[in-house]
Design a protein around this ligand. Structure first.
Ligand SMILES: NC(=O)c1ccc[n+]([C@@H]2O[C@H](COP(=O)([O-])OP(=O)(O)OC[C@H]3O[C@@H](n4cnc5c(N)ncnc54)[C@H](OP(=O)(O)O)[C@@H]3O)[C@@H](O)[C@H]2O)c1
Length: 382
């Protein structure tokens, strides 16, 4: 049901790092129904981002979620940052990426142990390295995307093997705006379904953080790109980002418009991150043997059954970027392609919204209200 295209990939960008083990923390981002989590938070344990040894604790500010649900659950608090242990580094964040997955965790769509510091993407400067670690040093500028959660913090401890060096040509904010979203797009267009010249692709939420980059990359690969958006302003962004056709999915019949645009043929692939509100139109818009890549659920989970695939022998996959970047080699390959595409101009980054880190709740409110386009950053207050 979920075959992937296996095609040759372009050469790796050169990244060096002396430890090559894979991440110790396996990924399990299986959505679960809201009704299964306990709405009563356990009593808060001592607030710390990492275990520390006996000496005076160093305190930093971070966002903490003590109960699942609304924006009020996000509190700006002092937390303790421990010393990095074996295989770890401490990083002072300079720019933190906001992603829709942060909303899912805050609301309990994905499970997390309370209390927690949200955030799965940041760029920062290494301030300490764990004993015996080579290949990373104080002062290095590094980026990470994915696990561990906890980037909504002024400083955090990270396993050294999840960070990549940021090329000097790429500034901190650009790197934080593109790390998670760019690697997601790399996975979507190069590995999950390999987009090629002559393909027609449909991208929902085309002006969003991931959508904006997805349209640019698919266009650069030679595809005809159809994007859906909710407003005229977002339609203009989508056009600038390489959409050949833009559909206002809040007003227009998506499947009918796709049929018209493709002369009845349908599209080869739909990249659907909206889910509940779009999956029916996605299925209808596909050509025979087309791929429905369901990679998110901003509007709720899609209710697809295997029988929905039968009329056109469709393929369905539900990928997570993290499952495709779980080894050090995969991570370096993905980040390398993203940074190369920034350097060579294929990807132009829209950082349309920045907020002080302490006001992360405002960023979440705007993201959930569909007021944002492009990437969203939190900038540490100090
Ligand atoms: N599977 C993975 O590995 C992976 C990795 C990264 C991101 N994602 C997914 O990709 C999607 C985009 O993430 P992002 O961080 O870049 O967010 P985003 O696209 O910037 O924001 C979400 C967009 O979705 C659209 N949308 C449609 N219905 C919505 C609703 N009911 N509520 C909120 N938004 C709605 C809105 O665009 P319009 O106003 O144009 O409708 C909104 O701007 C998310 O679903 C996320 O979970 C998946």
């Amino acid at each position: 049901m979920t075959p992937c295209s296996h095609h040759p990939t372009p050469p790796l960008s050169s990244f060096s790092f002396s430890r090559t083990e894979t991440t110790a923390d396996p990924l399990s981002l299986t959505p679960r129904p809201r009704s299964t989590f306990n709405p009563r938070p356990p009593p808060p344990p001592p607030t710390r981002l990492s275990c520390s040894t006996a000496h005076t604790p160093e305190m930093v500010k971070a966002i903490r979620v003590h109960e699942l649900g609304g924006l009020e659950a996000m509190r700006w608090e002092e937390v303790e940052v421990g010393e990095p242990k074996d295989g770890e580094i401490r990083v002072k964040n300079t720019a933190v990426g906001v992603n829709f997955i942060d909303v899912y965790f805050r609301k309990g769509v994905y499970p997390a142990t309370l209390p927690f510091t949200p955030g799965m993407e940041a760029v920062g400067v290494v301030t300490a390295v764990g004993p015996g670690l080579t290949g990373r040093k104080v002062g290095d500028v590094v980026a990470y995307a994915g696990k561990p959660m906890g980037s909504y913090a002024e400083e955090q401890i990270l396993p050294a093997n999840v960070v990549v060096p940021v090329p000097p040509s790429i500034d901190h904010r650009t790197a934080a705006a593109i790390m998670l979203k760019g690697m997601t797009v790399h996975v979507l267009v190069r590995r999950v379904f390999k987009v090629e010249s002559g393909h027609t692709v449909l991208v929902h939420a085309a002006a969003g953080g991931v959508g904006s980059l997805l349209c640019q990359w698919a266009n650069a690969l030679g595809a005809t790109v159809i994007g859906t958006v909710s407003s005229e302003e977002k339609a203009a962004h989508a056009t600038q980002d390489g959409c050949h056709h833009v559909i206002m999915y809040t007003k227009e019949d998506v499947a009918a418009r796709v049929k018209e645009i493709t002369d009845g043929k349908g599209v080869n692939v739909v990249y659907d991150s909206v889910g509940k509100d779009t999956y029916r139109a996605s299925l209808e818009s596909l050509a025979p043997h087309g791929y429905l890549v369901s990679f998110g659920q901003s509007s709720g989970s899609p209710d697809i059954s295997i029988g929905d695939l039968a009329p056109k022998s469709l393929f369905l996959t539900r990928p997570s970027m993290m499952h495709y970047t779980g080894t050090r080699d995969e991570l370096l390959q993905s980040a390398g392609e993203v940074f190369s595409n920034v350097a060579n101009g294929v990807l132009r980054i829209r950082v349309n919204h920045t907020y002080p880190l302490s006001e992360a709740a405002r960023a979440h409110a705007d993201l959930e209200a569909r007021k944002t386009s492009g990437s969203i950053l939190l900038i540490p207050d100090n």
